[in-house]
Design a protein around this ligand. Sequence first.
Ligand SMILES: NC(=O)C1=CN([C@@H]2O[C@H](COP(=O)(O)OP(=O)(O)OC[C@H]3O[C@@H](n4cnc5c(N)ncnc54)[C@H](OP(=O)(O)O)[C@@H]3O)[C@@H](O)[C@H]2O)C=CC1
Ligand SMILES: CC(=O)[C@@H](O)[C@H](O)COP(=O)(O)O
Length: 245
Amino acid sequence: MSAIFQCLEGARDPKADIHRLLITASGGPFREVPKEALYSVTPQQALRHPNWKMGQKITIDSATMMNKGLEVIEAKWLFDIELSKIDIVVHPESIVHSMVEWTDGSTLAQLGPTDMRIMIQYALTYPRRFSTPVPRLDLMEARTLRFEPVDFGKFPCLSLAYTAAEVGGTLPVVLSSADEVVVEAFLDTCIGFMDIPAILARVMDAHEVISDPTLSDILEVDRWAKSTARSIIKNHVRSNKKSMG
Ligand SMILES: NC(=O)C1=CN([C@@H]2O[C@H](COP(=O)(O)OP(=O)(O)OC[C@H]3O[C@@H](n4cnc5c(N)ncnc54)[C@H](OP(=O)(O)O)[C@@H]3O)[C@@H](O)[C@H]2O)C=CC1
Ligand SMILES: CC(=O)[C@@H](O)[C@H](O)COP(=O)(O)O
């Protein structure tokens, strides 16, 4: 989001002049793994992010690409941009941290080393910029910047996030809260990697959306989503045990 914010700096009328936001995603550890293999990947494999050293939850979210889906929801609200103007592009190098394409065909990109300390420092020092201990980006070393389309079929969490963003109300709460529980269940090897989107879809389907929620509605929906995810996981584990005899 810092990258988008930086690309928007100085724009007189961003809402009118933006053609689309391009949020970059590394593609995670399974970018080149065939979909059928994802049913048997382990938490250890999912935690091996190719570029970023992050916490366990966000690292699994990067592997399912839910992290990028959550960023789409963030961007919609942070920058007040309609969903149809928010695209994701896979960029394995994680050097371009996102881009803004303008109505005149220009595209502004924010590049930098793959290190969050720069983005966090800029959030603290804005509008000034100060030196950091982070090694500088060397494009002569990077040489190639690749961009690939997102595979929505392989990463169903992305479509769930776009659906939550489209429907709005309390559905993004359900997605985010249930995701916490489901990711934990995967890390605890209670469920498989591809059970993550399957269980999230079931929780979302079971939810009656409140379109204009109060804070207490949101807190209650957070509780409901986590409890519903837990009971689906419990039944899932129980039926797995039965099928294994
Ligand atoms: N790391 C990165 O490069 C990036 C991170 N982010 C975002 O930053 C956030 C943190 O990421 P990261 O540091 O990697 O994650 P970690 O899992 O390493 O850290 C999460 C931290 O949040 C705390 N926490 C979790 N739940 C709660 C809660 N309910 N109330 C208060 N604190 C809580 C944890 O505390 P405890 O240790 O006690 O569980 C832990 O200290 C995430 O939202 C992630 O999406 C975004 C972009 C990049
Ligand atoms: C650094 C940052 O903002 C993370 O959100 C990072 O983008 C996660 O990696 P993915 O691009 O693989 O989700």
